[in-house]
Design a protein around this ligand. Structure first.
Ligand code: SAM
Ligand code: SF4
Length: 484
């Protein structure tokens, strides 16, 4: 068993904090024009790349997993931290050799970096032909046509209505079992550190009936888990009378589908379809949502509830609109309604503007209170144009930020192990997602609380539910054996 622990995929907190990249898959339509799409950052971006692919497929493109073979190279970018943007610029540099060899290849930058820098990006990165923001993807065929004629294509218009509700995403990098469904776009919160409200625009919710239709189609296609995605899912609000949230609230419309209602609608698609969601905002998560989670076995008992900091003064500077006590109250509600087994994870930022040593200690003590199963941990990276960049000085020295982050990571490592050790000698229902990446003789899947569980393959198959008795664990993974 020890060797298995060494062989399987263990996601370290450091890895989790790294930027992930996803690449389009190889298709087999030899006559089509080829597009290559590489996606950075959050799950919303990966989900958007599936919408982009769908739009371009209708325009005669097919995907390739090799940028060398592509007629169109797209980078769907992230602006959340400076490092994410540097990675994209470095990647564009690497594409220069392709452009030299094949000058007719078009290179496009999509997503948050496109939105943030707009046409400035064309001046700074000469090889770029297209700059397209997250609400302008329907315009891509037109912009590609324009670029083919030698004219650079730019559209960074931010919409108050666009949800791409009618577009059926082309699933990329899919395991055929789990899929993401975008339920809303944009964000109306103005967390002072965050660039998202500027790059993804105002919050708007997608028609719930189109969400249920997508979940039903996925179930019929063999998928067994959907994750409902939004920057702040708990503030989901839709009415057939108005889909712009600000106007919806202003006009006092009462006939509204809220997030708890939506969860229930999707849970009813089929008891064998698991539902997850991300991200929950501590200010908005309601007891109604927690009770809905409890009512349906197929709504997974796992909540990503980013705290960012455990100190109320820092939270105030971050403009998170809750304080430490409020956050603790929400965690207590989760434990009261859903019990100790519910997984809770978080995002944390070390070294935000003016953060003192005592304030940092409050983050560590909050971690001791909650004992998170998992966390994405970052040090603060100032983003141009944000409220914090305008109002505060980024005055915590880099080495102090890094040291504080390391303290957070070290604590989280212990807590993840502690939470996993609770699962030893218990039987868990696992949805099998496929082979363990490092051992063909093992399968892996997740339990309701989102913990990765690895077990011997035997006769089991991807997409099945199996009861697994957990016998060993690391901080990242549980190991067990299927029980009949
Ligand atoms: N909407 C989600 C929420 O409010 O929890 C988070 C979305 S953001 C894409 C993901 C995470 O990136 C945030 O929770 C935060 O921890 C981190 N982040 C955002 N801006 C950052 C910055 N300027 N520096 C460091 N980390 C940042
Ligand atoms: Fe950014 Fe805050 Fe919106 Fe999350 S809730 S996307 S951190 S502004």
């Amino acid at each position: 068993m020890d060797q298995i622990i060494n062989d399987i995929d263990i996601i370290s907190p450091e890895e989790a904090a790294c930027e992930t990249v996803k690449i389009s898959k190889e298709s087999n339509n030899p006559t089509a024009r080829k597009m290559y799409i590489e996606s950075y950052g959050c799950q919303m971006n990966f989900s958007d790349s599936e919408i982009v692919t769908s739009i371009l497929k209708k325009d005669g493109f097919d995907t390739t997993s090799s940028y060398e073979d592509a007629d169109l190279i797209l980078l769907n970018t992230c602006s959340i931290r400076e490092k994410a943007e540097q990675t994209v610029r470095h990647r564009l540099g690497q594409f220069q050799t392709v452009k030299k060899r094949k000058p007719e290849v078009l290179i496009g930058v999509l997503g948050c970096m496109a939105e943030r820098l707009k046409s400035k990006l064309l001046e700074e990165e000469k090889i770029v032909d297209l700059v397209v923001g997250p609400d302008a993807y329907r315009d891509l065929p037109l912009l590609v046509g324009q670029a083919e004629e030698g004219e650079k294509g730019v559209n960074t218009f931010l919409s108050r209505e666009e949800t791409y509700a009618d577009i059926s995403p082309v699933r990329l990098n899919s395991n055929g079992v789990t899929a993401f469904i975008s339920i809303m776009r944009g964000c109306d919160n103005m967390c002072s550190f965050c660039v998202v409200p500027f790059t993804r625009g105002r919050e708007r919710s997608r028609d719930p009936y189109s969400i249920v239709a997508e979940a039903t189609q996925l179930f019929n296609d063999g998928y067994r888990e959907v994750t409902l995605l939004g920057q702040n899912v708990d503030s989901y609000k839709w009415s057939h009378l108005e889909n712009n949230k600000a106007r919806l609230e202003k006009e006092g419309i009462e006939d509204v589908v809220n997030f708890a209602h939506l969860l229930e609608m999707v849970a009813k698609v089929h008891p064998d379809l698991r539902i997850r969601f991300s991200t929950s905002h501590p200010k908005d998560i309601t007891d109604e949502v927690l009770h809905t989670m409890k009512k349906y076995d197929n709504i997974c008992k796992y909540i990503h509830l980013p705290v960012q900091s455990g100190n109320s003064a820092v939270l105030d500077r971050m403009n998170r609109t809750y304080d430490r006590e409020w956050y603790i109250n929400r965690v207590d509600a989760i434990r009261r309604i859903l019990g100790e087994d519910c997984g809770i994870s978080s995002d944390m930022i070390a070294g935000f503007c003016n953060e003192t040593e005592e304030e940092h200690q409050d983050t560590l003590s909050l971690m001791d209170y909650v004992i998170y199963d998992f966390a994405y941990m970052f040090y603060y990276s100032e983003r141009p144009g944000t409220l914090a960049a305008k109002k505060y000085v980024d005055d915590v020295p880099l080495e102090v930020k890094k040291r504080r982050l390391q303290e957070i990571i070290d604590k989280q490592r212990l807590h993840a192990l502690e939470r996993n050790q609770r699962e030893l000698n218990k039987v868990h229902t696992v949805l099998i997602e496929g082979a363990s990446k490092k051992s063909e003789l093992h399968l892996q899947g997740r339990n309701s609380a989102n913990k990765v569980i690895v077990f011997p393959k035997e006769q089991f198959k991807k997409g099945q539910y199996v009861e697994v008795l957990v016998k060993e664990c690391t901080g990242g993974t549980l190991l067990g054996e299927a029980v009949k």
